[in-house]
Design a protein around this ligand. Structure first.
Ligand SMILES: Nc1ncnc2c1ncn2[C@@H]1O[C@H](COP(=O)(O)OP(=O)(O)OP(=O)(O)O)[C@@H](O)[C@H]1O
Ligand SMILES: [Mg+2]
Length: 591
């Protein structure tokens, strides 16, 4: 019941089209019914001694009906498909926009790629149901029923004989169709197993080759392909049965009609004209069974798809604007993290009772062992998640009391892994700032020390990068990310381990770019290399989700705690000179 309501809702605004489709379908059904009746009339005249009608009249009428049949068939296909495509388009856009608004925690629980692919499959199944399922089933029901009605009107006795094989047909066809369904289901499963294996092997081709496992892997693929092939043949063998059964039992119906109808005609209890109608209609009464038998399958699939799509659409984003939030007229861009506790799973906190403050335009350096929760804290600033306890305030406003778009517009981040979209370098740079002028883009690239390497790319700023484009090194991506953040020109900045895996020279370039970027911005720097933060006036040390120490480099070393141990463990001599600059904002450091 809910399914019918859901489909009805989806047709909102397109119901007129659906009505046109149904009207055309009914005309088509009638146009199928009428020609044999007209021919019956013709036979009646011809078998009379003195023909009572006009041949021209009947021919023109027939011509008209056939024309109408063509037009209505076209019309019903046209309207059903247009309705279905419109529903598909509306649904596709709605699902995408909905997904885009869902919170990070939702995407953490889902495999993102799968999600849209699955939704597209589901939407296609709904489209198919509206374009074919509904109209074709309607015709498959209306045409045989109206034909049987006409037959009963002409000769109830023969009509009864004509439909005798129907229960047998229905039983056999339905039985095999449901069997076929499970078999095809197994085939699809084998196919996706095969596809998954091939894809996995292709992604790991380097590993396969380096361990010389080609032969073994090929054997696995052959084995899976063979199972798939076996299932396919089995399913095919059975799925051709219902059509055969219909041919045979339908034929049985015709034979019954000819045999008993012929006898009746010999006894003059049926006219030749009526017998003709019986024989012609018999060809149409049994055929739709295949359609009807598979309707259940089509319905089940469409119902499952519709339910999944509606379930997805029913998920509410966890992070939304509270009612009535407005952009404050005046705000200072300081950050106050107050008694904050957060866990991705509310029952297992990752951050415990964090208190930190960054004044407007100041820098706070956050260090700590891997897994301590540094990136997690950085994710809370743009409100990707809400804390379970405590609050983060910007300019005294709880993030939850500010418009989400305002918060995010005012924070620029250079994150641990830089994501580039498939597109040109230029498009990636202006992603958050589409109306930036070419001049400012170049300036930002220059300030990020990215201009030189971009210029050397095959097509300069127009080089395509991203998943299917030119591969950039980690350091290059990072500098693009810095340029992107510079272009965004936000008062608050998050730098998450921007110098993890690059050579000394590149690191110097990046540090210089970062130094420019942090000017006059409230900055949270997360660093693994302690040299980066050595000169920072405030360093907070995070361990297992708690702030265990705060102070500057000197005081923390004197304290002899975790920071001091970490410093001892790291080689500070190598990069100390360059790296310390961002933390202190000294343009040149002479050690
Ligand atoms: N999306 C997530 N869902 C669930 N748990 C997560 C998620 N991201 C991180 N965690 C967990 O939270 C904890 C802190 O991770 P986080 O990424 O904040 O550490 P980190 O200090 O940034 O480490 P690193 O220095 O290696 O980058 C880890 O135990 C991690 O497994
Ligand atoms: Mg991290």
């Amino acid at each position: 019941m809910t399914f019918i309501k859901q489909i009805y809702d989806l047709l909102e605004g397109r119901r007129l089209f659906m009505a046109c489709c149904i009207a055309c379908g009914l005309i088509f059904a009638a146009a199928n019914l009428i020609p044999p009746l007209l021919i019956r009339k013709l036979i009646q005249w011809l078998t009379e001694a003195k023909p009572a009608g006009d041949l021209i009249e009947i021919s023109l009428l027939l011509l008209g009906i056939y024309l109408l049949r063509g037009v209505s068939r076209y019309g019903y296909g046209f309207f059903s498909h247009v309705t279905a495509y419109r529903v598909m388009h509306a649904l596709m856009t709605r699902v995408y926009k909905h997904l885009q608004n869902l919170s990070h925690s939702f995407f953490n629980r889902q495999r993102t790629g799968n999600l849209m692919a699955r939704s597209i499959n589901d939407i296609e199944a709904i489209e198919d149901f509206i374009a074919h399922g509904i109209p074709e089933t309607a015709l498959a029901t209306v045409i045989p029923i109206s034909m049987v009605a006409v037959l009963f009107y002409l000769n109830p006795e023969l009509a009864l004989i004509a439909i005798l094989p129907i229960p047998l047909t229905a039983f056999l066809v339905y039985r095999y169709v449901s069997k076929v369904r499970t078999m095809w289901h197994a085939v699809r499963e084998r196919l996706s197993e095969l596809a998954a294996l091939v894809q996995d092997n292709m992604s790991g081709i380097a590993v396969i080759k380096s361990f010389a496992r080609e032969r073994e892997c090929a054997r696995q693929v052959t084995h899976r392909s063979a199972t798939f092939h076996d299932r396919l043949i089995k399913a095919n063998t059975v799925s051709l049965l219902p059509a055969g059964i219909i041919e045979a039992t339908g034929g049985l119906g015709i034979v019954l009609v000819i045999w008993s109808g012929g006898n009746m005609a010999l006894n003059d209890s049926i006219s030749v004209a009526d017998l003709f109608v019986f024989i012609v209609y018999m060809g149409h009464i049994y055929q739709p069974f295949l359609q009807l038998a598979s309707f259940n399958d089509v319905l089940q699939r469409a119902a499952a798809s519709t339910e999944r799509v509606f379930q997805l659409l029913a998920i509410r984003p966890e992070i939304t604007d509270a009612p009535g939030v407005t952009v404050p007229k005046i705000i200072t861009y300081d950050i106050d993290i107050d008694a904050l506790t957060f866990g991705y799973d509310p029952n297992t906190p990752v951050l415990h009772d964090i208190d930190l403050y960054i004044g407007e335009g100041d820098i706070l350096a956050l260090v700590g062992p891997t897994g301590a929760g540094k990136s997690t804290l950085a994710n809370l600033l743009p409100r990707f998640y809400d804390p379970q306890q405590g609050a983060i305030r910007i300019g005294g406003y709880d993030l939850r009391d500010l418009p989400l778009s305002f918060v995010r517009q005012n924070i620029a981040s250079v994150l641990q892994d830089v994501f580039l979209f498939h597109g040109t370098v230029y498009e990636n740079l202006v992603f958050g700032h589409p109306d930036a002028t070419e001049h400012t883009v170049r300036e930002a690239a220059q300030a990020a020390n990215a201009h030189a390497f971009i210029r050397d790319l095959p097509k300069g700023y127009d080089t395509v990068v991203g998943e299917r484009g030119v591969r950039l090194s980690g350091g290059e991506k990072q500098r693009l990310s810095i340029a992107r953040a510079l272009l965004k020109d936000a008062p608050i900045l998050i730098l998450d381990e921007a110098t993890s895996s690059v050579d000394v020279e590149t690191e110097a370039l990046i540090q210089e770019a970062l130094y420019r970027l942090t000017q006059n911005r409230t900055t949270l720097v997360i660093a693994h290399r302690l040299s980066t933060v050595r000169r920072s006036p405030t360093i907070a040390v995070l361990d297992e989700g708690r702030v265990v120490e705060t102070g500057n480099h000197r005081s923390l070393i004197d304290r002899g705690g975790l920071y001091a141990r970490m410093v001892r463990a790291q080689d500070l001599t190598r990069n100390g000179k360059i790296l310390s600059r961002i933390a202190t904002r000294e343009p040149q450091v002479a050690d």
